[in-house]
Design a protein around this ligand. Structure first.
Ligand SMILES: NC(=O)c1ccc[n+]([C@@H]2O[C@H](COP(=O)([O-])OP(=O)(O)OC[C@H]3O[C@@H](n4cnc5c(N)ncnc54)[C@H](O)[C@@H]3O)[C@@H](O)[C@H]2O)c1
Length: 316
């Protein structure tokens, strides 16, 4: 089966590409490398350096004739979306519409979309939060993801395009960018490995649901195979506070650093944790990597990466 994946040079997308290629699929990537990295691109995938908003996207669809599209390309920073909602909407709503229009015109059978679980429910009163909980995003990023979910429903009803939207919790693992604005695991790990004090904003008691990227890639693969349409939470159902996360990483990296305290961040959610029974019942998916194990893998990866980057800069 031929698959087209947008955002396949990014953190989550590149893991999905690797898994699909390992499973024998023929994969093409569209990515503008705004946050994605060339080094993440699997050499067995065909790569198009292109913006999803571009009218040239239709040429890629024409050439590739994908049966399924995985739409991961996005502006991923909640903070950026609050600073510039229009720029966020251009990427995350209009860009997605260009992908969807091409899916219909080129007779794609199924689309898989990475939505958000963390930013979809606001400060929910039910924890872990199920998919049936009212969607009340409090950021333009969350609003845009919800809007695309509505468009998916529209294209399904009117044009028969099959879809799965995965509302991802806080994804972490190898290849996450420690210099980006999202990804507390990567940011803390990098700081601890280079001997810097990480900052915890607010009390540190705010909780998140951390899910390992390898588990997310498996969920995407299962969503492709099951004959189902709909929306699924993808997380662990386990809450971990930012303070607990820091302590776990400090132990794994054998660091002596203490945290610096920063001010509360305006509008930051106190608790976030997803109920994932639907994904287990319908997709046959549940997470296989406990937090401690996933964190060790992430730390090992970042250790190797930072020493090879140091070597490269010495050679220059
Ligand atoms: N990381 C998380 O915890 C998390 C949680 C929920 C949802 N998501 C969603 O998962 C998807 C992947 O996120 P990620 O964490 O891998 O981020 P990422 O920034 O590593 O990946 C996004 C990729 O999309 C590309 N891209 C961005 N805008 C583009 C455009 N206009 N045209 C073409 N390519 C473009 C980037 O270059 C990058 O390779 C996103 O849709 C994100 O919203 C991520």
């Amino acid at each position: 089966m031929r698959i087209l994946i947008t955002g396949g040079a990014g953190f989550i997308g590149s893991h999905v590409v690797d898994l699909l290629i390992q499973k024998g699929y023929s994969v093409a990537i569209v990515d503008n490398l705004s946050t994605g990295k060339k080094r993440n691109i699997n050499p067995r995938a065909r790569f198009y350096k292109l913006d999803i908003k571009s009218p040239k996207l239709k040429e890629v669809f024409k050439k590739e004739k994908p049966k399924a599209v995985f739409h991961f390309a996005a502006q991923i920073s909640v903070r950026k979306s609050t600073h510039d909602p229009i720029a966020d909407a251009k990427e995350n709503i209009l860009g997605s519409l260009n992908v969807l229009e091409n899916c219909v015109k080129h007779k794609v059978k199924k689309i898989i979309f990475t939505s958000t679980g963390g930013a979809m429910y606001g400060d929910a009163k039910v924890i872990p939060t199920p998919e049936t909980y009212p969607t009340r995003p409090v950021s333009p990023y969350g609003v845009a993801k919800l809007t695309v979910e509505h468009y998916l429903h529209y294209y399904h009803k009117i044009y028969g395009l099959s879809y799965v939207a995965l509302r991802l919790a806080n994804v972490y693992g190898p290849r996450q960018d420690p210099f980006g604005e999202a990804g507390v695991v990567a940011i803390f790990t990098n700081a601890l490995l280079i001997g810097k004090r990480p900052i915890i904003y607010g009390t540190g008691k705010q909780t998140r649901d951390f899910v390992f990227v390898g588990d997310v890639a498996e969920a995407v693969s299962k969503a492709l195979h099951r004959k189902t349409d709909g929306i699924f939470n993808i997380g662990t159902g386990r809450e971990t506070s930012v303070q607990e996360l820091f302590s776990a990483l400090k132990k794994i990296t054998a660091s002596k650093q203490e945290v610096r305290r920063g001010p509360d961040r305006l509008g930051e959610q106190e608790r976030s944790c997803l109920e994932c029974g639907e994904a287990e019942n319908v997709l046959g998916w549940n997470p296989q990597n406990p937090l401690e194990q996933g964190l060790r893998e992430t730390v090992d990866f970042m250790r190797i990466q930072s020493s090879s980057m140091r070597r490269e800069s010495l050679q220059k």
